[in-house]
Design a protein around this ligand. Structure first.
Ligand code: DP6
Length: 326
């Protein structure tokens, strides 16, 4: 009997960003990062190792992935096979529960769910810290999606020392995010390639690492103090510095669209009018607004001047992974 294991992992949004590797092979980041796991967006993945298969079969939202796209997942399964002694190929079915075309489907929830389901289906019983280390090898941001609430990924200096842990979960105070889902455009450059270019060419990179470490200290305090204003200001500045690295790379690139700047301006205007809200952005055009739940109505009303209601998705702090065996 082949065991099928299913895991569910939620996506996370970094408040202090990971943007650069010091070891691409081991996926060790240049600096630590802090994120909030979200309830609204998640990936569910089932894995079965099967001696009847001649290669890995990977289904993504019910579609069989072509070999080129399946390669990164197969390489990750190779790592699991190597560590577990499992010799068979696997059938992987993945469903991304993200509103259609939201562009928020991230490799974070994907590789966290795959690490959990894949390792257990291969017969390994890893604890959450080991799962976090394993998920890191698939995608850096997945390191944090093993856990719920506020999470810190310690940069570390080798495989053992680079993992995430919970800073605060459950999150028992009023902090939410509104995802402003903008028109999907072709990404100018993937996260993996964008951060590599920045490390190699931005003259500001050393300053980024220095300020990110300072941001980590301040962000830990803001979270412990449940201080939305401090948390939001640190997150906003940190995000803009990450994007400034992209603008200072050679050749330069950026993920902004005209709508991105409209959303940023709307948040800035709301704050000038006394609403406690802040923005952050990852490697794409979407803007995420950090705010208190009791302000979401007024923020959505202001953004309704520019965006349709279905473009504004409210998310709350979300849980860590769950694993079920069938
Ligand atoms: C901007 O985790 O997608 O979202 O490790 O190369 O797979 P790889 O990159 P990825 O990069 C995420 C970058 C970010 C910031 C963050 O999540 O910390």
């Amino acid at each position: 009997m082949n065991t099928t294991v299913t895991a569910k992992a939620h996506t996370n949004i970094a408040l202090v960003k990971y943007w650069g590797k010091k070891d691409p092979q081991l996926m060790l980041p240049q600096n630590g990062s802090i994120s909030l796991t979200l309830d609204h967006f998640y990936t569910e993945t089932s894995v079965t190792f099967d001696d009847q298969l001649a290669h890995d079969q990977i289904y993504f939202n019910d579609q069989l992935l072509q070999p080129a796209k399946a390669q990164r997942i197969s390489q990750f399964l190779d790592l699991i096979r190597q560590r577990s002694g499992q010799t068979h190929f696997a059938r992987v079915t993945t469903g991304n529960h993200v509103p259609t075309s939201a562009g928020l489907a991230s490799s974070a929830s994907g590789f966290a769910a795959l690490a959990a389901a894949g390792s257990r289906a291969a017969g390994m019983h890893l604890d959450l810290t080991d799962l976090s280390r394993l998920a890191r090898r698939g995608s850096g941001s997945a390191t944090r999606s093993i856990f719920g609430g506020f999470v810190e990924w310690h940069a570390g200096h080798d495989d053992q020392s680079s993992y995430a842990e919970v800073l605060q979960d459950p999150v028992d105070w009023d902090v939410q995010m509104i995802a402003v889902v903008l028109k999907a455009t072709k990404k100018p450059i993937s996260s993996t390639d964008g951060m590599a270019r920045v490390v190699a060419t931005s003259p500001y990179y050393p300053a980024w690492v220095q300020t990110a470490n300072h941001d980590l200290d301040r962000m830990r305090h803001a979270i412990a103090a449940k201080d939305l204003h401090a948390l939001g200001m640190i997150a906003e500045t940190n995000a803009m510095r990450m994007h400034a690295l992209n603008l200072s790379a050679d050749p330069a690139f950026n993920y902004f669209t005209a709508d991105t700047l409209t959303a940023i301006q709307a948040v800035t205007d709301l704050r000038a009018n006394g609403v406690n809200c802040y923005y952050t952005l990852d490697a794409g055009p979407n803007v995420k607004i950090i705010c208190a739940g009791h302000d979401t109505a007024v923020i959505k009303a202001a953004l309704a001047k520019h965006f349709a209601p279905e473009q504004l998705i409210v998310a709350k702090p979300g849980p860590g992974i769950t694993i079920t065996e069938a």
